[in-house]
Design a protein around this ligand. Structure first.
Ligand code: NAD
Length: 269
């Protein structure tokens, strides 16, 4: 049995992660952590998510419970992720990170810390999105040098705080790597006013924020006379939660290192 601690258990993803953990064979809900001062502290997690009493009380500190669990799942904020990874490293515990919006320095630190503990870090934990990354790389290899313009379009709910989404960036990176481009210099993240025609090699990003959209991503390869679109639409957050719990069971058995869902799902070339 793999004992899982869920950080940010009161969040949109946190509640789904608790539900997915309770429903998964081989996984045990070991702890659920919320913000200090939360009115939920002490409540039974199962009752909180409408799954019936499960005997695990909500707590406010990962520090207090870390020695009693095997893996942490973190879908919170970059600042809390940094603290959680440091704590996991100090206690030799594996961690699954779904939090998006980490900056370059934070990702670099994570790479260093992952030399000591197993870490799965993925901006999107869904099986479909991770398979799409392979399809995108195949399409980019065939089309980028044949004059097809590449654009990434994403849409999310009105509460999302970072843009473009971590998944859109992942897709952009998969395409860029496959056709030898660099997203830092060839990614175009806004167009406004008289910005001129697009260049051949740029990879453009467009962002929609509206209502309750769970997450939609399209990568368009367009040329004179035709257009290919690879689209993924998430209709429930449970797809991310189930992927994260699958990653937790996998990473609990892994050697120290920085992994992503391609490793967890066995999709790496
Ligand atoms: P949310 O705002 O609903 O949840 C974040 C939770 O973190 C909140 O409950 C907040 O109270 C909690 N939190 C913040 N600081 C804390 C602290 N010090 N101690 C304990 N809890 C603390 O957001 P969400 O929609 O659940 O998304 C969370 C993150 O997951 C975002 O970065 C989002 O982009 C990402 N996400 C990733 C995937 C994926 O597949 N990788 C899927 C969906 C969302």
């Amino acid at each position: 049995m793999t004992r899982i601690a869920i950080l940010g258990a009161a969040g949109r993803m946190g509640r789904m992660l608790a539900q997915a953990t309770l429903q998964t064979d081989g996984a045990e809900l070991g702890a659920a952590i919320v913000r200090p001062g939360s009115s939920l502290i002490g409540a039974d997690v199962g009752e909180l998510i409408g799954a019936g009493k499960c005997g695990v009380a909500v707590t406010d500190s990962l520090d207090k419970v870390i020695d009693a669990i095997d893996v942490v799942i973190d879908f919170t904020t970059p600042a809390l992720t940094e603290q959680a990874v440091a704590l996991c490293k100090a206690h030799g515990k594996a961690i699954v990170i779904g939090t998006t919006g980490l900056d370059e320095a934070q990702e670099k630190t994570l790479g260093e810390q992952a030399k000591a503990v197993p870490v799965v870090y993925a901006a999107n934990m869904s099986t479909g999105v991770n398979l799409s990354l392979n399809l995108l790389a195949t399409a980019a290899r065939a089309l980028a040098d044949a004059g097809y313009d590449i654009e990434v379009i994403e849409a999310h709910h009105r509460h999302k705080v970072d843009a473009p989404s971590g998944t859109a960036l992942m897709m952009g990176r998969a395409v860029a790597e496959a056709c030898g481009r660099d997203l830092r210099t060839q990614g175009v993240f806004s167009r406004e006013g008289r910005c001129g025609p697009r260049t051949d090699d740029e990879i453009g990003f467009s962002v929609v924020r509206a209502g309750d959209i769970v997450g939609e991503h399209t990568v368009m390869f367009a040329t004179e006379g035709e257009r290919i679109e690879i689209t993924h639409k998430a209709s429930s957050r449970m797809t991310f939660a189930n992927g994260a719990v699958r990653a937790a069971l996998w990473v609990a058995q892994a050697q120290p290192g920085l992994y992503d869902m391609q490793d967890v799902l066995g999709l790496r070339d």
